[in-house]
Design a protein around this ligand. Structure first.
Ligand code: FES
Ligand code: FE2
Length: 371
């Protein structure tokens, strides 16, 4: 039980109604023992995004990732199907691929066993004298996956409920944006020395606009105006209305004025994080690596129809500049939080009503942890 790591009093304090609730205690972020429990109970039992379909458009295209500690790759097979395969060789566990590229065969660098794009073992040199050797039983392990709005979602949990029904309300909320039509234009890579929840929480509230983004986001998106709808599903949406109520130009088919103007930060717990504004989506892809370590890719995505625009490159450059600028401010804030969470006298603190998304995710997380 998590009581070993989280005291009943801490759990009860985080479980109170939002107006009285405290944050999770610092150990929920910093404790190495708790991290291993969290990895098994939360990360290994949840759906996490690994790629967009447009990142593996051709047969043989693959993209490596880490799913709860399992080295995996998203591969488009010769049959056109997109699969998530373990990258661990079935002989003596060397990784058969790293990074990304396009291949007909994945040949292990150690003893040259070769797997096809569906993971089948098609060649294993010098194994003739091995009794009971059955290539059919030794394909790369396939990881359970599901395509949702162009995202390749995967889970290590064979018994997890399907993803799409859990986020039907989120799909409805974002329907006008047509998420499935977005393509990745550029990816920004970061490595951060914090717990993944520090980043997720930072992503989910606009309260910090008043200080951390006082000159960048706050003038255009006032913290006090931000709203979070109630939901009984494992996702949260932060709506940040624009201070300027003018109808933005040019209009985009399918999107209402407020959807062009306002910022939306959506999260499907624990790790599908999307920042939307009109025909722009920043997908924050976290890879938690240790209690205090994560990799982050921020994918700048636009609807496919925008790729033909004359100024597309300039639009992507502009998006990169503004995302990088805001993220630098978030890095500075998260570094301070991480230093404080690791301090011996650090304790849980009260939440603002503007931090409802954090409270929502805490309830979900405590449930997953069995607290
Ligand atoms: S470990 Fe892959 S072929 Fe030996
Ligand atoms: Fe921020």
């Amino acid at each position: 039980m998590t009581q070993e790591f989280l005291s009943p009093a801490d759990v009860a304090a985080s479980r109170r109604p939002l107006a009285e609730a405290l944050t999770l205690p610092p150990a929920a972020y910093t404790d190495e023992g708790l991290w291993h429990v969290e990895k098994a109970r939360v990360l290994a039992r949840s759906w996490l995004p690994l790629a967009r379909l447009d990142q593996v458009p051709e047969a043989g295209d693959y993209l490596s990732a880490d799913l709860g500690g399992e080295p995996v790759m998203v591969v488009r097979g010769e049959d056109g199907a997109v699969r998530v395969l373990s990258r661990v060789c079935r002989h003596r566990a060397a990784l058969v691929a790293e990074g990304q590229g396009c291949r007909k065969l994945f040949t292990c660098p150690y003893h040259a066993w070769s797997y096809d794009t569906a993971g089948a073992l098609v060649r294993a040199p010098l194994m003739e004298g091995s009794e009971g050797f059955d290539p059919a039983m030794l394909g790369l392990r396939e990881i359970r996956s599901e395509i949702w709005e162009g995202f390749v979602m995967a889970t290590l949990d064979a018994d997890a409920p399907a993803f799409a029904p859990q986020v039907s309300g989120l799909a409805d909320y974002l329907a006008n944006y047509n998420l499935g039509g977005f393509v990745v234009a550029r990816t920004l890579d970061y490595a951060h020395g914090w717990n993944w929840k520090v980043l997720a929480e930072n992503f989910m509230e606009a309260y910090h606009h008043i200080a951390a983004h006082s000159k960048t986001l706050e003038p255009g998106y006032h913290a006090r105006d931000s709203q979070v709808p109630d939901t009984d599903q494992p996702w949260s949406v932060l709506h940040m209305p624009a201070a300027d109520r003018e109808a933005p130009q040019p209009p985009v088919p399918g999107l209402e004025d407020w959807q062009l103007r306002d910022l939306i930060a959506a999260i499907a717990f624990p790790g599908l994080m999307l920042a939307m504004q009109g025909p722009f989506m920043a997908w924050y892809q976290m890879t938690p690596l240790a209690a205090g370590q994560l990799d982050l890719k921020i994918h700048l995505c636009f609807p496919d129809w925008m790729q033909g625009l004359d100024d597309y490159a300039a639009i992507v450059d502009g998006a990169e500049a503004s995302i990088r600028g805001v993220h630098e401010e978030d890095i500075a804030a998260n570094d301070l939080v991480w230093a404080g969470l690791n301090a011996p006298l650090s304790r849980a603190g009260p939440l603002s009503p503007l931090e409802k998304s954090i409270w929502q995710m805490n309830q979900w997380w405590l449930g997953k942890m069995g607290a």
